[in-house]
Design a protein around this ligand. Structure first.
Ligand code: BES
Ligand code: MN
Ligand code: MN
Length: 463
């Protein structure tokens, strides 16, 4: 890849400005009040893909938000890379905790990003990381160095479960035909410790509703004499973990893949400081399943967490009341071989079983997806590793992530190709949180590394 560093140096300001323009559009897929903005973002992506050199760009309508498709086919005999990313973002709430408005990007220095980081919702997840691929393509077309074919599939519903993308993939197998899928929507260990994500956890997300009496009651007149849905819900949730923090749902662990001692020892080699981890989060101790390390707890082990809980009176002052209903949103992160629909079923049955008389339970599944693991002895992984070695000066460490991109397992099923997860964000970049940011250095390093992946992947396919 000739001139990649000089190309980036010369175009750095423009690369940053273009991304900031994209970040100004509040493409919040979860909130219908922003639907115009989500649609506008798809248009902007379409234009940027055609400017970057795609010779075909299309917007595919779905029952939800559209999918932007672009391609540059230079020779059908050459390999094809399919890039996936998403242009939708999480809601910015709680907005008060942002130091600057979430859709007015600013560049500020941080301890981990001495060259500055772009602060905005979506900076890292995933607009910034997705846009690295657009700029990498621009470089390769502008300098006549695109070594293979490329297809882009950028969706607008990742943060709400990718429901319509699944159908699009099933109906467009031929169009999406590829030799490798490339995604930047994960992270890496540190700027001087490059890593390639080799696993994603699956997910089952449910909402529960506990109903007690048919109306809200005076907590003096009725308190102690009827089941209080909030008390009961708290008790039921607390019972989902035992004293060792194992999940108590019968059958929950039946299919969990247990890693061998050797595999766990290999994992433990990745650089990690428990002290720094605690300090970064301002906690005096970590907490989790007995018998596993922090890095195991957040990658190779399944979990169950309450993501939200509500009911009763939460306004100012005190109101003495026993609410008729209580609610919670619960996520279960799953590991390979656990089936999300089966786990959702096990959860629902168990939650109904443990409810005492005097309340009724309703469980509503939201969305989910299977986990993913990818082997490292493939051309795709080796090409990615060679690209990191070239631009970081050291090889990448394979690492399983705790996050989920549920559609990835479906890609493998439907398109029969492997996915390479080249993430350039840091865990501390605060994705889904207030003050989300993405390092300027990381953004530019991504743009520099991606073209080498294309080069090595094409070369390795030839030999
Ligand atoms: N990009 C994230 C997933 C991610 C982040 C994986 C960092 C690994 C490292 C993605 O946008 C996301 O937030 N996924 C959701 C699931 C989705 C169905 C809403 C998640 O993991 O909670
Ligand atoms: Mn994402
Ligand atoms: Mn996300």
């Amino acid at each position: 890849m000739n001139n990649i560093t000089s190309y980036i140096k010369e175009n750095k300001e423009r690369f940053l400005n273009e991304l900031q323009e994209l970040l100004k559009i509040p493409s919040i897929s979860a909130d219908s009040a922003y639907s115009k903005d989500v649609l506008k973002t798809a248009e902007v992506i379409k234009i940027s893909l055609s400017k970057a050199g795609c010779n075909l760009v299309e917007i595919h309508e779905t029952a939800g938000y559209p999918i932007v498709y672009g391609e540059k086919i230079i020779d059908p005999k050459l390999p094809t890379v399919l890039v996936y990313g998403h242009y939708d973002v999480q809601p910015p709430d709680p907005i008060k905790l942002w130091d600057s408005p979430p859709f007015e990007p600013v560049i500020k220095k941080t301890a981990l990003h001495p060259d500055g980081a772009i602060f905005a919702r979506g900076a890292c997840d995933d607009k910034g990381q997705m846009y690295m691929h657009v700029k990498a393509l621009e470089f390769m077309t502008e300098t006549d160095q695109l070594p293979c074919n490329v297809k882009f599939m950028i969706e607008g519903e990742e943060e709400v479960g990718s429901n319509n993308l699944a159908l699009f993939v099933k109906e467009n197998r031929n169009k999406l035909k590829n030799d490798i899928i490339l995604i930047s929507d994960t992270g890496m260990i540190a700027n001087d410790v490059p890593s390639i994500t080799t696993g994603l956890r699956g997910l089952s997300y449910v909402e529960v509703e506990i109903t007690g009496p048919n109306r809200d009651l005076h907590s003096g007149l009725y308190g102690g004499a009827v089941a209080n849905p909030i008390n009961i819900l708290s008790k039921m949730i607390a019972s989902l973990h035992d004293e060792n923090n194992h999940i108590t749902i019968p059958g929950f662990y039946d299919k969990v893949e247990e890693l061998s001692k050797a595999e766990r020892a290999e994992m433990a080699k990745a650089p990690f400081s428990l002290d720094e981890y605690r300090k970064a989060l301002d906690i005096d101790a970590v907490y989790g399943e007995e018998g596993y390390t922090t890095n195991e707890r957040n990658s190779i082990r399944p979990t169950l967490d309450v993501n939200g809980i509500w009911g009763g009176y939460i306004g100012e002052g005190a109101k003495t009341v026993i609410a008729s209903k209580a609610y919670a949103k619960i996520s279960m992160r799953l590991v390979p071989n656990q089936d999300w629909e089966e786990i959702t079923e096990l959860f629902s049955k168990h939650f109904e079983t443990i409810a005492p008389k005097g309340v009724t339970v309703k469980v509503t599944p939201h969305h989910g997806g299977q986990g993913y693991v990818t082997p490292i002895d493939t051309i795709g992984y080796q090409a990615a590793n060679k690209a990191y070695t070239k631009t970081f000066g050291i090889p990448a460490i394979p690492q399983r992530s705790g996050g989920s991109i549920p559609i990835v397992s479906l890609f493998e099923e439907e398109l029969e190709s492997k996915t390479i997860l080249m993430g350039f964000g840091l865990d501390s970049d605060a994705i889904h949180s207030p003050n989300e940011h993405f390092g300027v250095w990381n953004y530019l390093k991504g743009i520099e590394t991606i073209p080498y992946f294309y080069k090595y992947f094409t070369e390795m396919n030839r030999s």
